[in-house]
Design a protein around this ligand. Sequence first.
Ligand SMILES: NC(=O)c1ccc[n+]([C@@H]2O[C@H](COP(=O)([O-])OP(=O)(O)OC[C@H]3O[C@@H](n4cnc5c(N)ncnc54)[C@H](OP(=O)(O)O)[C@@H]3O)[C@@H](O)[C@H]2O)c1
Length: 258
Amino acid sequence: MNRLAVVTGATGGIGIQLCRLLARNGYDLLITGRSEDRLRMLANELKALQSIEVNFLAGDLSDPEFRGRLFEMAPGTPSVLINNAGFGDYGPFAGSDWEKQDEMIKVNVLALTQFTHMFLPGMVSKGYGRILNVASVASFQPGPLMSVYYATKSYVLSFSEALSVELAKTGVTVTALCPGPVNTGFAKAANAESINVFKQSSGADPEQVAGYGYRMMMKGKPVAVFGKKFKVLIFFERFLPRSAVRRMLYRIQGSRSK
Ligand SMILES: NC(=O)c1ccc[n+]([C@@H]2O[C@H](COP(=O)([O-])OP(=O)(O)OC[C@H]3O[C@@H](n4cnc5c(N)ncnc54)[C@H](OP(=O)(O)O)[C@@H]3O)[C@@H](O)[C@H]2O)c1
């Protein structure tokens, strides 16, 4: 088994922490994000931390040509693939910017699906692989005012769970990591900083979220919901009528500080 890990979204809050963990555990890394400067800085930091190889490629995951280049850059089949890159967009869908919705679907859904499709056959033939797809607690319900984002994360959960069954006994596992709000650049990128659920004080620490995701991925857990509060919420939500869930989410998403 080689010790190569491919990580998308390596320039952001959760991705950086996942890369640090992988480096500490001796993985060589192929990392990506759009910011070349931040990738270079992280690569230097990780190489100083551990004697590992760290390669990076900066680019936009919504671009199919870039996705192909990243795949070709991988020196063989990785034993770990982390599909972490993703972003949201806050506001009513009718008034939203189409370019941003289009890019979101390509990054959150298409790139994640394509990388899984590209690397999975090699993992299966080697009889080992760990895939971590970063979903969200948003995966479990519709999200008025962030409708496309919630729908993309529902896709990630559904896709990951389905694969986890198909891959039983192959030595390859797929884990959907489902955190609630985390203190990263996410809220700013989604124009959601004034929304109460995204207030920095209430969010989780990205290092803890990454640590939990890493452990659950290594154990091969199909679904990993971060935090007791969200585990309980998701459990009890099943017994509510969908109409009540939709209204509750609309209230939560619409609540902003004055
Ligand atoms: N923070 C939360 O509250 C929260 C909660 C649940 C789930 N999540 C999920 O966690 C994952 C990581 O997000 P984060 O919280 O760490 O946010 P973040 O700090 O904003 O990081 C997002 C990462 O995705 C990359 N990315 C975004 N658009 C891209 C594009 N078009 N092409 C290539 N890379 C792109 C960013 O790279 P560049 O900036 O270099 O482009 C960055 O590395 C996402 O999938 C997000 O949906 C976050």
